[in-house]
Design a protein around this ligand. Sequence first.
Ligand SMILES: *Cc1c(COP(=O)(O)O)cnc(C)c1O
Length: 423
Amino acid sequence: MGRGPRHAQGDRPGMSKRDKAGANRPLSAATRLVQAGRRAEWTGMPGDPGAIVNPPVWRASTILYEDVAHLRGTHITDPHKLYYGRRGAPTGWALAEAITQMEPEAAGTMLFPSGVAAIAAALLAVVKPGDELLMVDSAYGPTRGLCDGLLREFGVTTVYYDPLIGAGIADLCTDRTAAIFLESPGSLTFEVQDVPAIVAVAKARGIVTLIDNTWATPLLLPALGLGVDISILACTKYLCGHSDVMMGSVSANAALWPRISRRGHMLGQMASPDDCWLVLRGMRTLAVRLKQQGESALTLAHWLAERPEVARVLHPGLPGCPGHESFGRDFTAGAGLFAFELAGGGEMERAAFIDSLALFGIGYSWGGFESLALPVDPETLRTATRWAGHGPLVRVNIGLEDPQDLIADMESAFSVWRSAMGR
Ligand SMILES: *Cc1c(COP(=O)(O)O)cnc(C)c1O
């Protein structure tokens, strides 16, 4: 028996001693995260399997073979045999397997050097020239860039749809529709989509569904469990969690996994073993970080909703947020990123507010342990819908600081904003 999570070779990944003992209660996601990817052969040596808690960094380009017969062996087809550096080594395999184990319906996960690289490869795996792609209008900006640039040049037509369309997506489907791309909640504006309704329409027509699940991760929204075929994460955000790694992942169900893995390899995509090691380490604390950041974000959101300086809070857990009912039905909890609209003023007053925050950094990205505030302007990013804002929008990433300190910081920034407004 190996040490640690005791995965004997050949066990189903994620199978623990407890499963083997016949306990029929499935392990919860938090427990699976502790054990995920820690195969004995990746965390030890022959004679001492599973001895090391975290899979070490395995760096390699050239792989050496014993002789020519060995070279001609099964290395080419077995994804977990050392073959050539681009095909990876145990550090990356362990991370990919850990991400797969977050979603019981996932058949496999491919890693990419950024979230955008993951989105690009996933799209290129499911559309071809002449196809139509249905893309949510609240998608992450660079995702639109891919559609309006690369995909358009390659003969794929993107049709943007209202994030709140639900079953109405059927009206947009044609015999050329190859894929529907979801992102829920939407980037910047946080509309929650009716995932089951869209999946039902897609399944009835043989259309592939993909979701950018970066906000929720599989812990808060089990997307593949809801029937989505492909789940994409910017691991740069919550999985890493410490604002020092760029990475993306694509997980797919059994039907789509061969296409994703083939296309990813064809595009020459991989993630560095050092980065994989950092993300795997970050993942061990994902459940507690998400829980704390989600709770703190809700505390801040409720406090903001009562402030006279705030016109509207866009947090999926609050009733004012479009799609709030779907959130309550499909998500297990909320994450730490949301936005709110200031009750008046413009660019200058918004900047005065953000600049005077002491505990919130100003920067792109999110999902790290530190709080961030960012001025965002979704108006220019829409084509299928019009964004009807009530005032300048501020997006916040709530970190691991004490929420009461964050509230006090916002309170003093609001007094600066009031002075800027002449109130
Ligand atoms: C940041 C982000 C991405 C892209 O991830 P990168 O690692 O920065 O390329 C994709 N989708 C969403 C929702 C994001 O917030």
